[in-house]
Design a protein around this ligand. Structure first.
Ligand code: HEC
Length: 162
């Protein structure tokens, strides 16, 4: 029985060690700073700071990869969230979207933070300090609505000019 237990333990440890060779890429693709949401003067500094603190790890190309993101299989879970998050909303490529797409992103951001769906609960579990306060949620919401109005006025005037 002892022999079996030792065999199982050795196989288990080897599997975990071998798994370390399978790692997803932890890349922060370089992006043009002019396209970053930071280039928008209409975002209040405190809203930008909140997004940087609580959203940028998954929704920008400036992910701060934690040390445990080097360990298989945790790294696959983290890289999965980052890749999915960047595909939905990428604050580093904010200006690359058409105004109507930005309006859609703003509405989604407003919905997600107001309903407390974002930041992801599993992220908050590991980073308790990044939860949004009620005041921060209100500030994000107010910016998201003002910015939608501003963008729609801008597109209206562009159409009138034609
Ligand atoms: C730990 C990573 C992580 C963090 C931190 C995070 N998100 Fe997300 N976010 C995701 C993932 C993953 C998805 C895609 C969800 C899915 O496919 O179900 C997503 C989706 C979204 C969407 C799109 C929702 C939709 O309906 O398509 C918005 C908007 C969003 N997040 C906003 C935010 C905001 C704002 C913050 C900060 C307050 C934030 N997220 C923080 C991982 C994250």
């Amino acid at each position: 029985m002892k022999k079996v237990a030792r065999f199982v333990a050795i196989v288990g440890v080897s599997a975990v060690l071998l798994a370390q060779f399978y790692r997803p890429s932890r890349e922060n693709p370089s992006t043009d700073p002019a396209l970053s949401i930071r280039a928008y003067k209409t975002i209040p500094a405190e809203v930008l700071a909140t997004l940087e603190r609580s959203c940028f790890d998954c929704h920008s190309n400036e992910t701060r990869w934690p040390w445990y993101s080097a360990i298989t299989p945790v790294n696959f879970l983290i890289a999965g969230d980052v890749n999915k998050g960047r595909r939905r909303v990428n604050f580093s490529k904010w200006g690359k979207q058409k105004p109507v797409k930005i309006q859609g992103s703003l509405q989604m951001i407003d919905d997600e933070v107001s309903l407390k769906q974002m930041p992801l609960p599993r992220y908050l579990f590991i980073h308790p300090g990044v939860a949004l306060s009620e005041a921060e949620i209100k500030a994000i919401s107010a910016w998201a609505s003002d910015e939608q109005v501003r963008l729609s006025e801008q597109t209206d005037s562009l159409q009138k000019d034609k």
